[in-house]
Design a protein around this ligand. Structure first.
Ligand SMILES: Cc1cc2nc3c(=O)[nH]c(=O)nc-3n(C[C@H](O)[C@H](O)[C@H](O)COP(=O)(O)OP(=O)(O)OC[C@H]3O[C@@H](n4cnc5c(N)ncnc54)[C@H](O)[C@@H]3O)c2cc1C
Length: 410
């Protein structure tokens, strides 16, 4: 079968789906290439109706992500009862006297919430539903196996023989991006030799919408994110050996560690089913370019950052918005894969992606060091930032992904 379109999106993660949807809603002819996997939609719908089941994968989505999803009518299609607003953040360093503390709150930032904790299945279920009704959008199942580009068109061949002819190919195919390789875009890759151990817990006491984070030096970084009700989601970024030890512990032992760490603020913690944590290897990927002839990269295909700031997916949503703007606002005499459109997209995204790489990589190095002067400095730095409202506000602006003064939504 041969299909022609304006834009072919390869990859059906949240970024690929949202991007395909945004472009189709803007009036472009879009093909979304998704691997020929059994549909997860029915499974996720079942999980979503079970209040005892909470995804191991959750994301703290910022204001930019929420605004984009709202404009696509996806935000309101999610199950609101399964989304928790983050009203405050409490970050704790590893000074023995607990002097390294940094607190942020929505009130100080003049926003309704700092972020929202959303489950992967809630987000994908709403995206899948929106994709089913989108006009101008076709989903093809198969693995892309060949990409050929000429000056004015790109041609993709799928393993089932389908041919797609497109003005622009978008690689939203994740960290091991096939599109990135086919387009000869190089990358820097570094393993952090860490794994994120993730699990969910029921707590005795309420979390009051507070996302807590502890920097534990050699033991890694622990985040407890609020889920609806008396529930929290754990993301413990730990060196490989420590992560393996955590994974082999009993759920009660891990719960006890978190109770001790949080000074019993949440009372008794019990791991929610499935009562076994999962782990995800952590790495840094920096793509050498965001575009090549007739190709652009988005999401993890373009950048993979340490999850300590919970910003990877948010960066991907900001990529979508920038690409959409570049395509929609292009000179109408040119097509949507025109070099000038791609240059505009790459220019718009370059700085934020670079800053996020530097900030997340720098922070993880700073807090992994066991050198006493570095420890002293990082804790003193946190205490200092906490006392400087202007600097705190600047930091929050970046984390929220937007200008604070323009947001008052809840
Ligand atoms: C522990 C942890 C916590 C995180 N927490 C947060 C957070 O709180 N907030 C946040 O913003 N980010 C967070 N992130 C980052 C976030 O998970 C990623 O940035 C995001 O999932 C990337 O989405 P994506 O769609 O770009 O890639 P993926 O989710 O990897 O999707 C890529 C898709 O492409 C498909 N694919 C691959 N190859 C092909 C092919 N050849 N043809 C067709 N399809 C293909 C794959 O099947 C997959 O579905 C976290 C990450 C980790 C590890």
């Amino acid at each position: 079968m041969k299909t022609s379109c304006d834009i072919c999106v390869i990859g059906n993660g949240a970024i690929g789906k949202a991007c395909a949807l945004a472009l189709a809603q803007a009036g472009l002819e879009v093909v979304l290439v998704a691997p020929a996997l059994p549909s997860e939609a029915s499974g996720s719908a079942k999980a979503l109706s079970d209040t005892n089941h909470w995804d191991h994968r959750v994301y703290a989505l910022n204001h930019v992500a929420r605004a984009l999803l709202a404009s696509l009518k996806v935000w309101d299609a999610m199950d609101a009862a399964r989304i928790a607003p983050v009203d405050a953040m409490a970050v704790q360093g590893d000074a023995p006297d607990q002097s390294g503390v940094l607190n942020f709150d929505a009130y100080g930032a003049r926003v309704g919430a700092l972020a929202w904790i959303v489950e992967d299945s809630n987000l994908n279920h709403a995206l899948d539903a929106a994709l089913r009704f989108a006009s101008g959008l076709k989903i093809l199942h198969g693995a892309a196996k060949q990409l050929e580009r000429s000056t004015d068109v790109a041609q993709i061949t799928l393993d089932n023989g389908d041919l797609i002819s497109s003005k622009l190919v978008l690689g939203a195919d994740g960290a091991h991006s096939w599109v990135r390789t086919q387009a000869d875009i190089g990358m820097d890759y570094r393993s952090y030799h860490q794994q994120a151990v993730v699990a969910n817990f029921e707590s005795e006491h309420p979390h009051h919408g507070v996302a807590s984070q502890w920097f534990l030096g050699a033991e890694g970084i622990v985040a407890l994110l609020p889920l609806p009700g008396h529930r929290v989601s754990l993301v413990w970024s730990a060196p490989d050996a420590s992560a393996n030890a955590l994974l082999s512990e009993s759920p009660d032992k891990l719960a006890q560690r978190l109770m001790d760490l949080s000074g019993q603020k949440l009372g008794q913690l019990h791991m929610l089913p499935p009562a076994s944590p999962k782990s995800i290897p952590l790495r840094l990927i920096r793509s050498h370019a965001l575009t090549a002839d007739r190709v652009a990269l988005l999401g993890d295909a373009a950048h993979v950052v340490h999850p300590l700031a919970g910003q990877g997916m948010n960066l991907g949503f900001a990529d979508i918005q920038a690409l959409l703007d570049a395509v929609v606002q292009r000179d109408q005499r040119s097509d949507c894969g025109d070099a000038r459109t791609l240059v505009r997209y790459a220019r718009t995204r370059k700085e934020e992606i670079l800053l996020m790489h530097i900030a997340t990589d720098g922070l993880q190095r700073l807090f992994a060091s066991e050198l006493p002067p570095v420890k002293l400095l990082r804790n003193a730095g946190m205490g200092l930032v906490n006392k400087l409202p202007f600097l705190k506000r600047r930091l929050m602006t970046h984390a929220l992904g937007s200008s604070l003064s323009t947001h008052t939504d809840s």
